[in-house]
Design a protein around this ligand. Structure first.
Ligand code: ASP
Length: 720
């Protein structure tokens, strides 16, 4: 009672309020919730039980997406867009699985998905106290952040050493304050079982991405395999399907508008507890920078793809990712503007400052907190465009060859250090994965695209002057007209480099500094020349991280004092529970969005947009829909097969592929997106606009039964 009164008083006096409904609850919070009152028909022990079997045992982290087990034989259900990389990796112009879809009619035909791993949570424990002992009073900010990092790495390495086959991760829950050690079971042999044609799995394409109404059948099936003795093993024909402790049944009756539902998944990151300075930085600097750069790259890659199916397949995965980020960022930028989010947070901070100043003890503790935060971001802003340019130039998400060259150079500097002092990618526990990621990236290598990309990145990097100049790039351009100099450099370098060969990349990654220098590869040489600038940028990031860790920890403390209650930490890639209702919304005056779309809607979009490739559905699907061949998968209220559905749960990137459950914990759908207006929920949540999108389970079953004749999978899921 006292808490509630205190909350209302502070809300009234200081005009500071927080939505009561938002929620991505970490495992540690679930037992505090009144699940029954919320609408659950399962209890906290049914959701997570370290000593028994619970829903959590069926939830998978699949390389950044979420997925779940749907059979006792390791069958995995996730989004098409999460499995896309596996389909793309094996698609060719002759066997065009992107265009036609893929179905392994028998188990032996399931294809290894080499970039994929499965992680299953086994346990977690709060390790805040142990981690924070690493901090000593006299440490500088940079030393603090390094000390925390190293302590976490030591803990993880020690755990994995005494528990072979397991994977551990220390997750920072509240910045600079609370840390949790998560232990995962880990599976390396993952195979592709079923993917619909792209014209179903990505129906609506970029026109509809992040939009509602949506008709995307964003689902795919994979399978986890282990060695015959049950241990984790690389792909082998001897491997057998993994037997999960838990897998999910499908709710045959489906779901209706206003029904209660919940999701368990791995939301990536949200930033709701950061200050107005962070929001302004995102709105004015980082997001516009990335949108501008990615749009340029999209233009280039679309041009390169036109008229060449082989190139189009190679570039398709990266194009998809670039588009996804651009449209999401545009949604977020628009949301920030429409909601005046920075001003709103500034007003909250004025109230917070008043609250701080109203008490001398508080004032001593937090008096300069907001001003100190402002200072960090002011500093960061000064060099941010240059730093963003440099880090993108060195990233293999932009240029594969330059990114790999840089990793080779960085590895040679890192591998001489003690394991726990290295950058994470080069620690023994991650080294194989880094190598695999680098060599596999070369499958999508297309030299003309690489040349054009690097020319543009170098051109952008050459534009910085004085203190921000990047000397190694300016050296390339010295002496002649910039464009000609860059062309000449790239011409020569691509002719001489050997880094387009995966075997050479692997070998180089293990070479020391001196050995690499004698190789005289032009891209490795450039990476070495850029390394000092990169090091200096990293050092600066670590100092700022150290300062922010302390400041943001204080911000959480004082906000707690003001509100008189705890709140939920921002999403950080760890398992969370969210709940809500199947529900439409109103994006604008007089517009009401319904909560389901249907097969009939696909027929309609297809017919009314004849020139739009994204809306062209497979002929067979159209015929089935027109014949109203719904089997038993029609929605009773709609008299049609529901395709996608809307709900007001709190999700973000990483929740893709999360199972959507009815109150009993049975599958009713598969989460895959948010609506445009809801992308802003990474920064601020509100029930009125937060809507996520899932594929309805009935569409998934209908597609298997009617479109693909995938009887084997239906039988495996117990659907008769
Ligand atoms: N489509 C998103 C993803 O790729 C899901 C989301 O951000 O809501 O993870």
């Amino acid at each position: 009672m006292k808490r509630i009164v205190c909350f209302f008083i502070t809300t009234l006096i200081f005009g500071f309020s927080m939505s009561a409904e938002e929620g991505m609850f970490p495992l540690s919070e679930i037992h505090k919730l009144d699940l029954k009152a919320m609408g659950f028909l399962v209890g906290p022990r049914d959701i997570y039980n370290p000593n028994g079997v619970s829903l959590v045992d069926g939830i998978i982290n699949l390389g950044g997406c979420t997925a779940s087990f749907v059979s006792g034989e390791g069958l995995i259900l996730t989004n098409y867009h999460c499995a896309f990389g596996a389909v793309q990796a094996v698609a060719t112009p002759e066997n065009d699985y992107l265009r036609d879809g893929f179905y392994a009619a028998e188990r032996s035909a399931e294809i290894p998905a080499k970039r994929y791993t499965v992680r299953l949570i086994e346990s977690y424990r709060d390790v805040s106290r142990e981690i924070l002992t690493a901090i000593k009073k006299k440490m500088s900010y940079a030393q603090r952040s390094k000390a925390i990092e190293e302590k976490s790495k030591r803990m993880v390495v020690a755990f994995e050493k005494s528990n072979p086959g397991k994977r551990a991760e220390v997750a920072e829950m509240f910045r600079g304050k609370t840390y949790v050690l998560f232990v995962y079971n880990y599976i390396k042999d993952v195979r592709l079982v079923y993917a619909p044609p792209r014209s179903i799995g990505e129906y609506g394409g970029e026109e509809d991405n992040w939009m509602w109404p949506r008709h995307t059948g964003d689902f795919a099936f994979m399978r986890a395999y282990v060695a015959p003795d049950g241990s984790n093993a690389e792909f082998s024909l001897q491997n057998v399907p993994f037997r999960p402790k838990k897998y999910f049944p499908v709710a045959a009756e489906g779901v209706r508008n206003e029904d209660f539902a919940f999701i368990l998944g791995y939301p990536g990151s949200t930033h709701r507890h950061k200050s107005s300075h962070y929001l302004a930085f995102e709105e004015n600097i980082r997001m516009p920078f990335m949108v501008d750069l990615y749009r340029w790259i999209i233009g280039l890659k679309e041009e390169m793809s036109a008229g060449n199916r082989g190139v189009a397949i190679k570039l398709s995965s990266s194009l998809k990712g670039l588009w996804n980020t651009v449209t999401r960022s545009l949604g977020q930028l628009q949301g920030m503007k429409n909601l005046h989010l920075v001003e709103q947070r500034q007003r909250e901070e004025i109230s917070l400052q008043k609250f701080i100043d109203s008490d001398p003890v508080r004032r001593r503790k937090y008096g300069s907190l907001l001003a100190d935060l402002a200072k960090v971001y002011e500093d960061k802003a000064k060099r941010s465009r240059r730093d963003l340019t440099l880090s993108n130039l060195l990233s293999n998400r932009i240029s594969i060859i330059m990114g790999n060259a840089f990793k080779i150079c960085e590895a040679s500097h890192e591998r001489v250090k003690k394991d726990t002092q290295r950058e994470a990618a080069y620690m023994e526990r991650n080294f194989d994965r880094t190598e695999k990621q680098m060599t596999m990236a070369l499958r999508d290598y297309h030299e003309p695209t690489e040349k054009a990309l690097l020319k543009e990145m170098l051109r952008r990097a050459a534009a910085f002057r004085d203190k921000q100049a990047i000397p190694a790039v300016r050296d390339i351009c010295a002496g002649s007209e910039e464009s000609m100099a860059l062309d000449a450099f790239l011409q020569k370098s691509f002719a001489a480099t050997k880094l387009n060969d995966p075997k050479i990349v692997s070998a180089c990654l293990k070479k020391n500094n001196a050995q690499l220098r004698t190789m005289n590869d032009p891209f490795i040489n450039l990476a070495f020349a850029l390394y000092p600038d990169h090091r200096e940028m990293k050092e600066d990031e670590k100092i700022k991280k150290g300062i922010l860790d302390q400041l943001l920890a204080k911000l959480v403390d004082v906000k707690r004092e003001l509100l008189g209650r705890d709140f939920i930490p921002d999403a950080n890639g760890t398992l969370r529970l969210t709940r809500g209702r199947i529900r439409g919304y109103s994006p604008a005056d007089a517009i009401r969005m319904q909560s389901f779309t249907t097969l009939g809607g696909i027929v309609e979009k297809h017919a009314t947009h004849p020139g739009l490739a994204s809306y062209q559905a497979p002929e067979k699907l159209l015929e089935l829909a027109k014949a109203r061949d719904y089997g038993r998968f029609a929605h009773p209220d709609l008299d049609d097969v529901p395709v996608a559905m809307l709900y007001d749960m709190d999700t973000t990137g990483g929740n893709s592929g999360s199972p959507v459950f009815n109150p009993r914990g049975e599958l009713i759908g598969l989460n895959f997106d948010r609506v445009f207006e809801a992308t802003i929920n990474d920064f601020a949540w509100d029930e009125s606009y937060s809507r996520s999108i899932g594929v309805d389970m009935r569409f998934i079953l209908w597609s298997l039964a009617k479109f693909s004749g995938a009887e084997r999978l239906l039988a495996e899921m117990g659907i008769k």
